[in-house]
Design a protein around this ligand. Structure first.
Ligand SMILES: Nc1ncnc2c1ncn2[C@@H]1O[C@H](COP(=O)(O)OP(=O)(O)OP(=O)(O)O)[C@@H](O)[C@H]1O
Ligand SMILES: [Mg+2]
Length: 369
C-alpha cells in the first residue's frame, strides 16, 4: 500500500505544485489520477519514485518512509511508463525491454524468456519484433513496448503517465482492455495518469480527481459518477455521463398520457364523476387548446357542484417543463404534470414507474458497478 500524507511540493522557483495531498493508492488495484493539465499528476508520480523530492509530508510504501529508502532500489520496484513513450531509439525492442533485467544482472536465458513472455502478452510475435528498432513499429506497438518494458523487472508497482494518449481511439481501447486483463493476471499496484474520463471510468478501481495541486475527490468510478462532490467534478464528468450514470429516466418517459383531465368548461359535477371513476381526489384541467391551467380537488368540487371547472381551479399545482430533470421533481409530493415548452398538457408522471426507477437506481448505487 502506498500512502501520501499531507504532501506539499514547492519547486525551486517557488511554485507550489501540490498542496497538502493525502491519499492512498490501493494495492493490487488500478488507481487513476485524473485532472486538467498542470494540476500536478506527473509531479505526484515523480515524487513516488523520487525523481523529484517532496517539500514536506510523508510518503509511505508498506509503512516504510521512502526518504529512508535508496532511490535506485525504490525505482527498481517501480516500473515507469513516461508521458512520451521514451523507448531508446538506438536499441532493438529486445534490448529496450531487457534494459532493467540486464542492469539487475539476470541470466541471459531468464531475460530471453521474460522478453518473449511479455511480447506474447501484448500480442506481438517475439520472432518478428525482437530485432526491430522502435522506429520500425507503429505508435500503438511502441506504446505496448513502453508498457511491457515497465513490467520486465517484475516491479510491485507500475507508474503509467498517460501511456495511451498518443493513440487513435481504437488502439487506445484495445490497450485499455489489455491493461485491465493484464492487471487481473499480474495483480500489481498500478498508478495511471490520464486526462480522459472515459478511460478512467473504464479501467479504474479507484479514481483520484485533482485540480490546482489538490485532491478534489477520491473514490470508485461509481462513487464519483453517482456522488460528485462539487460543480468542478460534475463539469469534469460531463452532463451526458452524469445523466447516464444517475440513470433516472427522463420525465417524458414516465408520463402516463392516458391520465384523465378535465376541460375548463366542464361542469364540476362531471369532474367529480371522473375522479370517482379513476379513484383520485385531484384532476388536472386544460383549456380548449389542451394547455394545462391548474387542477381541481375533490373537496372543493363537492361544495361547488353547480359551477364549471374553470371557476374552482387551483393554480398552485404548477406544471414542469418536460425537459426538467427527474431528480428535481422528487421533492414534489403532489401531482407532477409535465408540459411541453408551449404549456401543452402531456399527462401525469406515473408514480409507480417513478418509484420503481428510484429503487433500481438505489440498488445500483448500493451494489457498485
Ligand atoms: N521543475 C519545475 N519547476 C517549476 N514548476 C514546475 C516544474 N515541473 C512542473 N512544474 C509546474 O507544476 C505544475 C504541475 O505540473 P505537472 O507536470 O505535475 O502537471 P500534470 O498534471 O502532469 O499536467 P499535464 O496533464 O499537462 O501533464 C504545473 O503548473 C507545472 O508548470
Ligand atoms: Mg503530466
Amino acid at each position: 500500500m502506498i500512502q501520501l500524507k499531507n504532501i506539499n511540493k514547492i519547486y525551486d522557483d517557488g511554485f507550489q505544485a501540490l498542496k497538502d495531498i493525502s491519499l492512498t493508492f490501493e494495492e493490487g488495484k488500478i488507481n487513476v489520477l485524473i485532472g486538467p493539465s498542470g494540476c500536478g499528476k506527473t509531479t505526484t508520480m515523480k515524487l513516488l519514485n523520487r525523481l523529484t523530492e517532496h517539500t514536506d509530508g510523508e510518503i509511505l510504501i508498506d509503512e516504510k518512509n521512502i526518504k529512508d529508502m535508496n532511490p535506485i532500489e525504490l525505482r527498481r520496484q517501480m516500473g515507469y511508463v513516461i508521458q512520451s513513450i521514451g523507448l531508446f531509439p538506438h536499441m532493438t525492442i529486445y534490448d529496450n525491454v531487457a534494459a532493467v533485467p540486464k542492469l539487475l544482472k539476470w541470466d541471459k536465458q531468464k531475460i530471453n524468456q521474460k522478453v518473449d513472455e511479455l511480447l506474447n502478452m501484448v500480442d506481438l510475435d517475439p520472432k518478428t519484433y525482437k530485432k526491430r528498432y522502435p522506429s520500425e513499429l507503429s505508435g500503438g506497438q511502441q506504446q505496448r513496448i513502453g508498457v511491457i518494458r515497465a513490467l520486465a523487472a517484475e516491479p510491485s508497482t507500475i507508474l503509467m503517465d498517460e501511456p495511451f494518449s498518443a493513440l487513435d481511439p481504437i488502439s487506445r481501447e484495445q490497450l485499455q482492455d489489455e491493461l485491465v486483463h493484464l492487471q487481473k493476471s499480474i495483480n500489481k499496484t498500478i498508478i495511471f495518469v490520464t486526462h480522459d474520463m472515459d478511460e478512467a471510468i473504464k479501467i479504474a478501481d479507484q479514481i483520484i480527481l485533482m485540480k490546482d495541486g489538490e485532491v478534489v475527490q477520491q473514490g470508485s468510478p461509481n462513487d464519483i459518477l453517482l456522488n460528485p462532490v462539487n460543480d468542478f467534478v460534475k463539469e469534469f464528468i460531463g452532463s451526458e455521463r452524469l445523466e447516464q450514470a444517475q440513470g433516472l429516466p427522463s420525465l417524458r418517459s414516465i408520463v402516463d398520457t392516458t391520465y384523465p383531465r378535465a376541460v375548463c368548461t366542464d361542469p364540476v359535477s362531471d369532474t367529480i364523476e371522473l375522479m370517482k371513476q379513476h379513484q383520485t381526489d385531484c384532476l388536472p384541467v386544460v383549456d380548449e387548446k389542451e394547455n394545462y391551467i391548474g387542477s381541481v380537488n375533490l373537496y372543493h368540487a363537492l361544495s361547488n357542484q353547480q359551477k364549471t371547472a374553470k371557476e374552482i381551479i387551483d393554480d398552485s399545482i404548477y406544471s414542469y417543463d418536460e425537459t426538467t430533470k427527474t431528480e428535481e421533481v422528487l421533492h414534489d409530493s403532489r401531482l407532477v404534470i409535465p408540459v411541453t415548452s408551449n404549456k401543452r398538457f402531456l399527462g401525469m408522471v406515473d408514480q409507480e414507474k417513478l418509484l420503481r426507477s428510484l429503487h433500481e437506481n438505489f440498488e445500483n448505487k448500493r451494489g457498485g458497478q
